[in-house]
Design a protein around this ligand. Sequence first.
Ligand code: ADP
Ligand code: MG
Length: 368
Amino acid sequence: MKTVRDLTDLKGKKVLLRVDFDVPVDDKGEIQESFRIKKQKETLDHLINQGAHVVIVSHISDESVGKSFASLIPQLHVLLGHEINFIKTVSEVGSYLERYLPAGRQAQPALLDNLRQNEGEEKNDPEFAKQLGEGFDYYVNNAFAVCHRENASVSVIAKILPAYAGFVIEEEVNRLSDAINVSKEGKIIIIGGAKASTKVPVIRHFLDKSEYILTGGVVANDILKEKGQDMGSSVVDENSKELLVGLDLQDPRLFTPTDFIVFDNKILDIGDGTMHSYMDIISQAKMIVWNGPMGLFENQAFAKGTDEIAKAIAASSAVKIMGGGDTIAAVNRLGLLDQFDFVSTGGGAMLAFLSGKKLPGLVALEYE
Ligand code: ADP
Ligand code: MG
């Protein structure tokens, strides 16, 4: 995979930089979680310091800002440490490159408004990619979180411009492939949360590559249901049978909870017995990969399992890798984020990578 390290002559070059600035915004218009923005700074600084003219592109889905970056520019300025010019539409990028970036002028980055305002983006439309790439010398993808999507700014754009990975993608790929490839002794995978269709493939891929897989959340509910347990009114996936096809549910390495916190006939957290047996395993581990809360952690009454597992992981001497929007929120609430060796910027993309799938955005960068 070619990375920005391979771009040695960037002076005056025009670079299209795909990032992930899809942040949640609160009702005061303030960015709630800036982790993924700050992660972009290293690559942006590198390109600017090499003399490149950078136009940043991203999508944003928050409705409260009308799915637009317009009102967020001052905050981006502070978070990134650069003044950011704002370009409203793709059709204005060409004139921006010509008018504001004549050769020799001091580089100042610009941000194009929400890519998904353009129909072609999510259709992976080559015509849109051509329009987007017009006038640029290089394309740099640093948006790992969208690499599992066939989108124009992630996939087909690499057919239009010479394509390179930024530092975020380089690090994600290195850390996550380490997690897959490191010897299985002492390696444990903890999988919880909902959206089992994205999680079961990880279990499948890691079963032979790890010592234990500890499950919680709705994923565990699905497994328990298929094992024949009465789940009451607990949340389970309707298609749990199909989801679990080919997975040996009796495999002794695959752990499911044995006791629960139940409310209103619903399993909403793992019980103390399960929690302590998971904590014992965690304390012995050499490598831990975690995605997905153990219960309905948003409600403090059902957060104990998730919180105690998070604390046990944080306290362990293992290499600790973690990701997923809700998992990050749960750990962040405890102030333990910096105890992890690596926090992935990708939820769905991380799970797809850990499932052994080929990600379109990485294929576009010729990652094997
Ligand atoms: P992540 O974003 O970290 O990948 P998910 O989105 O897959 O995690 O799952 C998190 C969601 O799963 C949370 O909203 C949490 O409340 C929910 N959840 C976990 N366990 C249960 C449960 N037993 N019953 C209902 N919801 C649950
Ligand atoms: Mg989530």
